[in-house]
Design a binder for this molecule. Structure first.
Ligand code: UD1
Ligand code: CA
Length: 449
C-alpha cells in the first residue's frame, strides 16, 4: 500500500505574494499540480494534500480526483506538525508514506521510484533524497553515520562548522507509516524557528537512509521568486533541448518559451522572442517569429508567421501571416491564404487562397476561395446588441475601405467599389457600389478669411 502526503499548508512568506506559494506557476502549471502529476505516475492508493494557508484556494485549484483527500492543518506549526495532523486524522497509518514538499516541483517519477526501491530493499524506516549542492544555502544539512542518517540540521540552526556540509535534504521522504506514527508526537519545536521539524524524525527512527543523487536541478526548492525563475529556466531548457534534438532550430532560444504540451515538426525555425503556449501544434518547415505568440492553435506545413498573435485557431498549410496580425479564437484559415499587416480576424473562416493583406477587421465572417479583401475593409458585425455574420462568395474582390454592414451576404465573383458602405446583399457576378459621385467644380478657390 502506497500513500502520498504533499505538504502545501505554508504561507510562503518569502514569495511576497497574496497567492499561496504552491499556486505559483512554472510553464503554465502550479507547483502543486506538478508535484501531484509526478507522484500520480507511481499510481499510489491515496494522496493527501495538507493545506492550511488559504486552503480553499489551494483546494479549488485541483480538479476532482477520487484519490486526493485534503487534510486541514491549522495553525501551521511546521512540516513535522503537518504530519502529526495527518497521522491523527487518518485512522490507518500503514504501508508506505511518501512525503513530498509541495514546493519542490520538478521532482521526477523515476527518482521517486528509486527512493521507494531503496526503502523496500533495505526495509527502511525512512529513506530520503539528498544531494551535494555547491551552494547549499537555505537547505537542511544531512549528517551521516556510516550508512545511516544521524541527524538533519536546518540552515538556521547550523553552527559555522555544520554549515560547511554540502549534503542537503531535498524534502522528499519515504516512511514506514506505522513506525512514523509511533514517534511523530515526540517532535519538539526547540529550534531557532520554533517550528516542529519533520526532519527531526530521522533521529527517532532506527533505519534512516539517504538516497544521494546528482544535483541535476530536479530538487530545486521554491522559497522565493528567484527560485521560481530558476525552475522556469530549468524546465524551459529541457523542453527546448528536446525540440532541438528533434529537428527544430531556435535562433535565440533564451528569448523563447514553449509549453510542455506543444508539438513542433521538423525543420521549423523559431525566431527570437516567440512563445508557443498550450496545446499548439506546429507542423514541418514553418518559420515562426520573431515576436510571435501562439496559443492552443495548429499551424500547418510551410507557414510563415511573424510579429503576430494567434489564439485558439486553425492555420492550414502554406500560409503567410503578419507582420502585426491578430488571429482571435475560432478562426480557420485555409491553405495558401495570406493575412497581412495590421489585420484582425475573429471567429471567421477563410477558404483557400484568400487574401486580407492590409489594415482590416474580419469578424464572424465566411470568405470564399480566392477572394481578395482590399486594404482597410471592415466587417461591421455588431449592431449594438448582437454579432452578425458576413458571407462573401469565391473569386470576389472587395474594394479598399469597404464597410460591410452585417448581416450581409455577397455572392460569388462580386466586386465592391472602394470606399463603399455595403448594406444590401448582392448576387453573383455583380458590382456593389455605394458612394457619392465625385463632383469636380472648375476654377474654385477657398474664400479668404
Ligand atoms: C524544508 C526542510 C529542509 C529541506 C527543504 C527542501 C524542514 C524542517 N526543512 O525546508 O530540510 O532542505 O525543505 O526544500 O522540513 N508546510 C506545511 N505546513 C507547515 C509548514 C510548511 O505544509 O506548517 C509546507 C510548505 O507549504 C512547503 C513545505 O512544507 O510546501 C516546506 O516548507 P518550507 O517552510 O518551505 O521548508 P524549508 O524551509 O524549505
Ligand atoms: Ca521550501
Amino acid at each position: 500500500m502506497l500513500s502520498v502526503a504533499i505538504l502545501a499548508a505554508g504561507r510562503g512568506t518569502r514569495m511576497e505574494s497574496s497567492l499561496p506559494k504552491v499556486l505559483h506557476k512554472i510553464s503554465g502549471k502550479s507547483l502543486l499540480r506538478r508535484v501531484i502529476d509526478s507522484c500520480n505516475k507511481l499510481n499510489p492508493d491515496q494522496i493527501f494534500v495538507i493545506t492550511g494557508h488559504k486552503s480553499k484556494e489551494v483546494q479549488d485549484s485541483i480538479p476532482n480526483n477520487k484519490k486526493i483527500q485534503f487534510v486541514f492543518q491549522d495553525p501551521q506549526l511546521g512540516t513535522g506538525h503537518a504530519l502529526q495532523v495527518l497521522c491523527r486524522q487518518i485512522k490507518k497509518n500503514e504501508g508506505k508514506l511518501l512525503v513530498l514538499n509541495g514546493d519542490v516541483p520538478l521532482i521526477k517519477p523515476k527518482t521517486l521510484k528509486k527512493l521507494i526501491d531503496l526503502f523496500d530493499s533495505k526495509n527502511a524506516d525512512v529513506s530520503l533524497i539528498t544531494t551535494k549542492k555547491k551552494n547549499p544555502h537555505g537547505y537542511g544539512r544531512v549528517f551521516l553515520k556510516g550508512d545511516f542518517i544521524e541527524r538533519i540540521v536546518e540552515e538556521k540552526d547550523c553552527n559555522n562548522q555544520e554549515r560547511l556540509n554540502l549534503l542537503i535534504n531535498a524534502g522528499v521522504y519515504c516512511f514506514n507509516w506505522e513506525n512514523l506514527s509511533k514517534i511523530i508526537s515526540k517532535l519538539q519545536s526547540n529550534n531557532s524557528q520554533k517550528e516542529i521539524y519533520l526532519t527531526d524524525t530521522v533521529s527517532f527512527l532506527n533505519n534512516s537512509l539517504s538516497l544521494e543523487i546528482e544535483d541535476n536541478g530536479e530538487l530545486q526548492g521554491v522559497n522565493n521568486r528567484i527560485h521560481l525563475s530558476k525552475c522556469e529556466e530549468l524546465i524551459q531548457n529541457s523542453i527546448k533541448e528536446k525540440h532541438m534534438l528533434n529537428g527544430v532550430t531556435f535562433i535565440n532560444q533564451a528569448s523563447c518559451s514553449i509549453s510542455e504540451e506543444a508539438e513542433i515538426g521538423k525543420d521549423v525555425i523559431i525566431e527570437a522572442n516567440t512563445h508557443i503556449r498550450g496545446s499548439s501544434k506546429i507542423f514541418n518547415n514553418c518559420i515562426i517569429g520573431p515576436n510571435t505568440f501562439i496559443e492552443n492553435s495548429d499551424v500547418g506545413i510551410n507557414c510563415e508567421i511573424s510579429n503576430s498573435t494567434v489564439y485558439d485557431s486553425q492555420i492550414k498549410d502554406h500560409i503567410k501571416i503578419g507582420p502585426f496580425s491578430h488571429i482571435r479564437p475560432k478562426s480557420k484559415i485555409s491553405s495558401y491564404s495570406k493575412i497581412g499587416n495590421f489585420v484582425e480576424i475573429k471567429n471567421s473562416k477563410l477558404e483557400e487562397d484568400s487574401k486580407v493583406n492590409h489594415l482590416s477587421y474580419i469578424g464572424d465572417s465566411i470568405i470564399g476561395r480566392s477572394t481578395n479583401i482590399g486594404a482597410g475593409t471592415i466587417t461591421a458585425n455588431f449592431d449594438g446588441q448582437k454579432k452578425n455574420q458576413t458571407k462573401i462568395g469565391k473569386n470576389s474582390s472587395i474594394g479598399a475601405n469597404t464597410v460591410l454592414v452585417a448581416p450581409i451576404n455577397l455572392g460569388e465573383s462580386v466586386t465592391t467599389g472602394a470606399g463603399s458602405v455595403i448594406t444590401k446583399d448582392s448576387k453573383d457576378n455583380s458590382l456593389a457600389i455605394s458612394r457619392a459621385k465625385q463632383v469636380n467644380i472648375d476654377n474654385w478657390k477657398r474664400k479668404k478669411t
